[in-house]
Design a protein around this ligand. Structure first.
Ligand code: PAN
Ligand code: ZN
Length: 191
């Protein structure tokens, strides 16, 4: 670590996440091309509108070993066809780093998978903490009808690898069937 950092305080609203973020990283529908199963519905939606799918409210923490980076993610409610609005998902560049997700508001799933395609999902609602062990890629989806908000904490030197997900996708998808979220095999997934 380079030098001594001064302690900081962060206000976090259960409903809205970080109150005074240093930065907000927005992902709109057009940045999610290829991620959803139903490409036709995706393009139809996009030709009408480009909704905000999720936003990450960040605090500036050095991206170095020894630090813990934290942020809140808000995923808005909605679907592309039957598939719920979700994050892009990633593995950490340093694969031996873990992460904690703590749900503050709303409802959703934390979907994890190994590079071999083995999947595991945790149902998230306020008070549920999901532990993402080292080596598991992770993506979250909003399966409720209001905003799904969670706090994420991860090692400063973890880094993000989106390429694996862009290339291969996740082995499972979360779709609505008879009004309920169901985990299904992703027909687009390639190992
Ligand atoms: C989270 C995620 C955040 C957005 O802070 O970065 O929820 O998801 P994507 O990064 O997949 O777009 C985290 O897991 N950080 O490591
Ligand atoms: Zn992560």
């Amino acid at each position: 670590m380079k030098g001594l950092m001064e302690p900081i305080k962060t206000l976090v609203s259960f409903k809205k996440g970080v109150v005074y973020p240093d930065g907000v990283n927005e992902r709109k529908l057009n940045e999610m091309r290829g991620m959803y199963v139903d490409d036709f519905t995706f393009e139809t939606l996009l030709s009408q509108d480009n909704p905000l799918i999720y936003e990450v409210k960040e605090i500036n923490i050095p991206q170095e070993k020894g630090h813990i980076i934290y942020s809140t993610t808000t995923i808005y409610p909605g679907k592309v066809g039957k598939e719920y609005f979700m994050t892009k998902g990633h593995f950490h560049l340093r694969e031996d780093t873990a992460e904690i997700y703590f749900c503050l508001e709303g409802e959703g799933y934390l979907l994890m998978q190994t590079k071999e395609g083995r999947a595991s999902a945790i149902h998230m609602k306020p008070g549920v903490l999901g532990y993402i062990p080292p080596y598991w890629g992770h993506r979250t989806m909003n399966t409720g009808d209001r905003e799904f908000v969670f706090l994420a904490l991860f090692p400063g030197d973890a880094g993000h690898n989106y390429e694996i997900v862009e290339k291969h996708g996740f082995s499972k998808i979360m779709v609505e069937e008879n009004g309920k979220p169901v985990l299904k095999d992703n027909p687009k997934y390639t190992l």
